[in-house]
Design a protein around this ligand. Structure first.
Ligand code: IMP
Length: 182
């Protein structure tokens, strides 16, 4: 899909807020900044928060000019069980791989900060050496939890956005730019 200024989908009109090119440029700069901060000896673990951050994480790691690992985590209100019947907090996440490592949480958007606040506290139990947050978007006017976002691409006003991985009711994740519903 390309990124026109106005699109009509599902009987709703969406206006483009940030173009695909602007996103691409910001992510390239962000990847360079993280690379610089990591230095040559580090192999960071990028931890992509599903589902919304999948596009951002894919572009971030492809712009990261150095060795890195990528892991995925799904925040959900329920926990899965593995074959032994043991309850796993994060099915699919190899938590042993976080110990002693420089971990960068890759999130689509920090809105009120509720999820990130929880995640930061919870992931510390796996003993990463450092735990940073890279968010594509922050909504500073909505933030009401004590969350430090170390790397952020765009600060946006209090509006509900879709596209570039972000959805509304499961739709619009495939839009290449960021849109607001009119
Ligand atoms: P928080 O816990 O209030 O910070 O909310 C974070 C999560 O809410 C994000 O990871 C998104 O999944 C979702 N979210 C918040 N704002 C938006 C938005 O404008 N568009 C799409 N999803 C959003």
């Amino acid at each position: 899909m390309n990124d026109p200024e106005i699109i009509n989908l599902n009987n709703s009109t969406f206006r483009r807020l940030i173009s695909a090119k602007e996103i691409e440029e910001k992510i390239a700069l962000l990847a360079q900044q993280i690379r610089k901060d990591m230095g040559n000896a580090e192999v960071p673990v990028f931890l992509c928060i599903l589902k919304g951050a999948f596009v951002f994480a894919a572009d971030l790691v492809r712009n990261y000019d150095g060795l890195c690992e990528l892991q995925f985590l799904r925040l959900s209100s329920y926990s899965g069980t593995d074959s032994t019947g043991e309850v796993k907090a994060y099915p699919g996440l190899d938590t042993d791989k976080l110990k002693g490592r420089r971990v960068v949480i890759v999130e689509d958007i920090v809105d009120t900060g509720l999820s990130m606040n929880y995640l930061l506290k919870d992931l510390r139990k796996y003993k990463p050496r450092t735990l940073d947050v890279a968010a594509l978007f922050t909504k500073p006017s909505r933030l009401c939890h004590d969350v430090k976002v170390d790397y952020s691409c765009f600060e946006i006003p209090d509006a509900f956005i879709v596209g570039y991985g972000l959805d509304y009711d499961g739709l619009y994740r495939n839009l290449p730019a960021i849109y607001v519903k009119e």
